[in-house]
Design a protein around this ligand. Structure first.
Ligand SMILES: C[S@@+](CC[C@H](N)C(=O)[O-])C[C@H]1O[C@@H](n2cnc3c(N)ncnc32)[C@H](O)[C@@H]1O
Length: 247
């Protein structure tokens, strides 16, 4: 891996790949790991495929997307697993660097525990309020969350700008949705703007490469890791197109 490249995708297992990377090589971790969520009961969460759990209102419209793995851990193993890879990510991000990690309402307590067990300093929470959430009896589960943390003290010379804590926008639909759980590109662009300009960002669960495309568009460098061959291919193509366009 050449960390001086503007952006690249590695097809591999996240933790294995991270263990081969040099300490303090990155300015930030920006990632959207499998939530191991979706479904009301533990049995439902651990038995159904990701594709069945994350059904959206535009599914079944002739736009088939590959399933992905790593999404069936129960609550205890999810917390332990996250604390292991988040500790490895802390080694890779330089002191003063930061992290943004997505989670949902169900896994928020587990993820915030894991983040702090791993040694990150939790700084706050950003809300993604979705405009196209599915209605359900009672309150809609309309938000996802981004945990903001730092490796020790935040940089004094690269303080982030003043930013909102709530972002209201819809999830990708139709052909713009290149992953079952794709994040909106405009959301990712706004989030990466808080990271060091020109800095190197790590996303060990890159999916279709949305974080990488946003990083390139916003003048940051990027290394993404993705375990699914199908999604690694999609991400590599998306990131390469973004690099070519923004050269
Ligand atoms: C929530 S999705 C990321 C979606 C991405 N933010 C996007 O917009 O396309 C999580 C991704 O992590 C990948 N993944 C799960 N476990 C993994 C592992 N152990 N190593 C590498 N990738 C993994 C899955 O294949 C999936 O594509």
């Amino acid at each position: 891996m050449d960390l001086s490249l503007p952006a690249q995708i590695v097809h591999g297992e996240a933790l294995d790949t991270m263990r081969g990377l040099p300490s303090a090589a990155f300015d930030a971790l920006v990632c959207d790991p499998p939530y191991c969520s979706g479904g009301i009961s533990t049995a439902e969460r651990t038995s159904r495929t990701a594709a069945e759990k994350y059904v959206s209102s535009d599914s079944g419209q002739g736009h088939a997307l590959p399933d992905f793995g790593g999404d069936q851990r129960d609550q205890r193993s999810f917390t332990l697993w996250c604390s292991i890879w988040l500790a490895e990510a802390l080694r890779l991000v330089r002191p003063g660097g930061s992290s943004l990690v997505f989670t949902d309402w169900r896994q928020l307590p587990a993820m915030s525990d894991a983040l702090q067990v791993a040694g990150w300093r939790w700084r706050g929470i950003v809300v993604w309020a979705k405009t196209n959430a599915r209605p359900q009896p009672g309150f809609a589960n309309q938000s996802e969350y981004v945990l903001w943390a730092s490796h020790g003290q935040l940089d004094r010379d690269h303080q982030p700008p003043y930013l909102p804590g709530v972002y209201t926008l819809g999830s990708p639909k139709g052909r713009a949705r290149r992953h079952i759980t794709a994040k909106p590109l405009p959301l990712m662009q706004q989030l990466v703007r808080a990271m060091t300009p020109g800095g190197l960002l790590l996303d060990p669960y890159a999916g279709s490469g949305t974080t990488g495309v946003a990083a390139v568009m916003e003048g940051r460098r990027f290394l993404g890791i993705e375990g699914s061959a199908a999604y690694a291919q999609i991400a590599a193509e998306s990131v390469a197109a973004a690099v070519a366009h923004h050269r």
